[in-house]
Ligand binder design. Structure first.
Ligand SMILES: *Cc1c(COP(=O)(O)O)cnc(C)c1O
Length: 713
């Protein structure tokens, strides 16, 4: 970080010459100086160049106004105003708490000024670096010899081998130097919560508004298990969102606990609607407890917030209403809710403590913020037993954690602090809004069909849009609860023609999978593909060019579709999967073919029914897994599933939530679950390249799906 912006005073010799001198000296010290043309230009420059680490300017010409403007962008950026002996100084600069240092225009002072700028730059870097990352950087810079693990010894071992050298050159020196052993005492310990690691946890907790935070190096999959293992003792009952992540199914397989389900809604488009208010009441829970063998009043609840389609809950309602001592919000997708006012009251950590309850929130730092894969956080508000919790934490944590992951969690937090952090999130919300408006505009201006977008009318202001009951039907949820769920603007769902929000099928349609494949061949990867909808995430890494690229991709699709190009030309990768099948086929024929298949199977109704009934719980997932590891299983064709107890979870992707849990049995009453799975299989049978990925089912050579069930005694 070595760029300094200079707002040069022009044409005044006594001012020009000292700056010229300083330019030379700073250059010798390794700084790069750049000269914006106006204050406006400077502001833009700072906005677009986070590497700028100081601003030199003429106090008489720019003064406090410029300082205030820069402050809005970055309150820590060092400012170096130059004054002359007659300059007037305003007292209010002291009140603004800016990093501001005055220098006088005098010749022969360049050396000293440059030294001080070096010093203030180092202070600046120190200020913005969070504690563990700072300690790690310092450690690497010092370059100590160690005689401990890891065996590559700061990368040296790699460089003793040809292939190792390729690896070393690819990942770079610092990646390997920063990969160090837990024996390095000055960095403290992640597992014992000491030294810079402890400071990092405290820093993260302050940043995210938690009382305590734990940094987890194996993803929210692990965070969820840590919380669950601690919060639900063996034999206890837990309430779990049926649309949960598979890591929670794994928790249920590991731990001998009894699940009862919170049942979410879903609209005809297949968008997951979240759990309705009635499911959180005592009456509803009492009925389920009475209905479930061995169950008692639940001690813990897990709710996915946001849902996969970007719906956030009014969490205050849940915290107040749900009568369990421990509530866990799985917020893997929304680690940013603390940093924009539109998310107020919609996250696990928002609001105050709730008497008698402990609130957990888990987040995948890596999913929508800037951190390495596997970076995850657990936040806690409320009382808990730190020592017991830490046993659960250590149970799931390697004794050799990867410090790069840990430092990336902390850096992700640091990036969200202060004015730069606020701007980062504000900008991603604005970018999503802009994209939404562009789609709307194109839809209005385009002849014939165009993509639609799942959102209310009038999206002028940044907001999380409520899914309200009554007259509005943009969301397609019948019986929505008032003030309960809200659409996050950065989760953008694009709709393709073929099905209305209310599930009526049109004569013609373009299944979303075609668009997803088209975009994929252009390097644009869709987050999730439903029957007629595609989900895109506008995270902080999405810049204008990426948003434009997506827009162009959609327009290109429309053009190619309207020209009715051959599949061979429009989707070469798909064509390659089965050239004989796709030889002369054109895109509209393919689209209409799949659309008709979906129509024939009445997909909207089937999907609705499949998720409306739950299979019968025959035993807990834990018991089913015990049977599996004892080998008491066999496989059957998926069509033979009725009356058999599933050994593994069945999870079609999309939508990516479990349909059948281990230990559950599909019965006559829950046959729609099977019908839905069979329909997914059938689309794949008809159209090569459109096979549904069903986790838990094996596809055989001849394209049949087989699943593991418990052997009949
Ligand atoms: C992705 C995800 C997880 C798991 O997170 P990882 O960081 O990938 O392990 C947990 N819960 C939900 C809801 C998720 O979407």
């Amino acid at each position: 970080m070595n760029i300094i912006a200079v707002m040069g005073p022009q044409g005044v010799f006594y001012k020009d010459e000292p700056i010229r001198e300083l330019d030379k000296t700073l250059n010798q010290q390794g700084f790069q100086l750049i000269y914006p043309q106006s204050a406006n230009d400077l502001i833009k420059l700072i906005e677009h160049n986070p590497r700028i680490c100081g601003v030199i300017f003429d106090w008489d010409e720019y003064g406090l106004d410029l300082c205030a403007e820069i402050n809005q962008l970055n309150e820590h950026l060092p400012l170096y105003p130059f004054i002359n002996t007659h300059s007037t100084m305003d007292v209010s600069i002291n009140e603004m708490r800016m990093a501001i240092w005055f220098f006088e225009y005098s010749l022969g002072a360049a050396e000293e000024i440059a030294q001080r700028i070096r010093h203030y730059t180092d202070e600046y870097i120190d200020t913005i670096l969070p504690p563990l990352t700072r300690a790690l950087f310092t450690y690497v810079r010092e370059g100590k010899y160690t005689f401990c693990t890891p065996g590559h010894m700061a990368g040296t071992a790699f460089q003793k081998s040809p292939v190792g050298s390729l690896f070393y050159d690819f990942f770079g020196a610092n990646t390997l130097k920063a990969d160090i052993s837990i024996s390095v005492t000055e960095l403290g310990s992640l597992l014992d919560h000491t030294g810079p690691h402890l400071e990092a946890e405290e820093y993260v907790a302050r940043t995210f508004g938690a009382e305590q935070s734990y940094m987890v190096t194996n993803g929210t999959s692990t965070s969820n298990k840590i919380v669950g293992i601690y919060a639900a003792p063996a034999g206890s009952t837990v309430l779990i969102d049926r649309n949960c992540h598979k890591s929670l199914t794994h928790l249920l397989m590991m731990s001998d606990i009894i699940p009862i389900w919170l049942k979410p809604t879903r609209n005809p488009l297949g968008i997951l609607g979240g759990i309705p208010k009635r499911e959180f009441t005592r009456e509803s829970i009492a009925l389920k407890v009475a209905d479930t063998p061995r169950a008692s009043w639940p001690v813990h609840a897990v709710i996915t917030n946001s849902t996969y389609d970007g719906l956030l809950y009014n969490t205050e309602y849940i915290k107040q209403t749900l009568d369990v001592p421990s509530i866990h919000f799985d917020s893997a997708w929304v680690p940013y809710t603390r940093f924009h006012p539109i998310y107020e009251g919609k996250s696990g950590m928002s609001g105050e403590r709730v008497a008698g309850k402990t609130i957990y929130e888990t987040q995948s730092t890596h999913k929508l913020l800037a951190a390495f894969s596997q970076a995850s956080l657990i936040h806690i508000k409320g009382d808990y037993d730190e020592q017991a919790f830490n046993e659960a934490y250590m149970m799931h944590t390697s004794t050799s954690p990867n410090y790069a992951i840990v430092a990336s969690i902390e850096t992700a937090a640091a990036m969200l602090r202060g004015n730069p952090g606020r701007r980062l999130i504000t900008r991603s919300v604005e970018r999503a809004l802009h994209f939404r408006r562009e789609i709307q505009r194109l839809r209005e201006e385009t002849d014939g069909w165009f993509f639609d977008i799942w959102q209310p009318d009038g999206i002028d202001e940044p907001a999380c849009w409520p899914i309200q009951p009554g007259e509005e039907d943009w969301h397609g949820f019948r019986d929505a609860d008032a003030d309960h769920m809200y659409l996050d603007p950065i989760k953008v769902t694009i709709l393709t023609p073929g099905m209305s929000e209310l599930g009526e099928m049109a004569e013609e349609g373009i299944p979303a999978a075609l668009v997803a494949k088209f975009l994929d061949e252009r390097g644009i990867v869709v987050e999730k593909t439903g029957p007629y909808n595609l989900l895109f995430l506008f995270s902080i890494g999405i810049d204008k060019t990426k948003a434009m690229g997506l827009l162009r991709g959609l327009c290109d699709f429309k053009r190619a579709y309207d020209l009715n190009l051959r599949v061979k030309n429009m989707l070469p990768d798909l064509y390659a999967e089965d050239p004989d099948f796709y030889r002369n086929m054109r895109i509209q024929t393919l689209a209409q073919g799949i659309h008709t298949l979906i129509q024939q199977h009445d997909l909207p109704r089937l999907m609705q029914q499949a998720f409306a009934v739950l299979p019968e719980m025959h035993m807990t997932p834990h018991q089913a897994f015990q049977h599996q590891v004892k080998g008491e299983v066999e496989t059957v064709a998926i069509s033979e599933l009725v009356g058999r107890v599933a050994a593994t979870m069945l999870l079609p992707y999309p939508p990516g939530v479990p349909l059948v849990m281990p230990g559950e049995m599909i019965t006559e009453a829950s046959r729609p679950v099977l019908d839905f799975l069979l329909m997914l299989c059938r689309i794949g049978e008809h159209y090569p390249g459109f096979e549904t990925d069903i986790h838990g089912a094996q596809r055989t050579e001849d394209g049949q799906y087989r699943v593991r069930v418990l052997r009949c005694e």
